[in-house]
Design a protein around this ligand. Structure first.
Ligand SMILES: [Zn+2]
Length: 141
């Protein structure tokens, strides 16, 4: 893994993150995408504050769980930093009652395309473990 130093984050995003604004608040204020916020957050090493209260936190939606478990590795690539089951990345979400698991790649595709993929999803950027929404597409038969 050659990890090039990430220098091209957005200063306006960085400023708001340092003020303690949430991802959502930054996106709303600057009208920027969540990916840009995540990249800036990772570049600065700002960790999202864990919610207090319940011992085990579980994102309510698949999309939230996706953004909470990825890591920017430069050049727009994201890798999965969440739960892995038998070598397969698994995204977990839902409450204690209705816990669900699915593939991070499929959720990433849905984030970009706004619909569920038809069939398997694979990275198009040449990086096999990439889960960046913009780098994934359906595998055409
Ligand atoms: Zn990629």
């Amino acid at each position: 893994m050659n990890q090039s130093p990430v220098a091209d984050y957005r200063l306006d995003i960085a400023q708001l993150l340092k003020q303690g604004l949430s991802d959502r608040a930054v996106m709303r204020q600057l009208r920027c995408g969540r990916a840009a916020v995540i990249e800036t957050r990772n570049a600065l090493g700002i960790i999202r504050k864990p919610r207090e209260g319940s011992g085990h936190k579980m994102a309510a939606s698949a999309e939230d769980a996706f953004w909470a478990n990825i890591q920017a590795v430069g050049d727009g690539h994201f890798v999965w930093a969440g739960y892995v089951e038998n070598g397969t990345p698994r995204l977990q979400y839902g409450g204690r009652e209705g816990r669900r698991r699915c593939s991070p790649s499929r959720v990433a595709f849905r984030i970009r395309a706004g619909r569920n993929p038809e069939g398997p999803v694979a990275p198009t950027c040449g990086r096999g473990d990439c889960v960046a929404p913009d780098h994934l597409d359906e595998v055409k038969a």
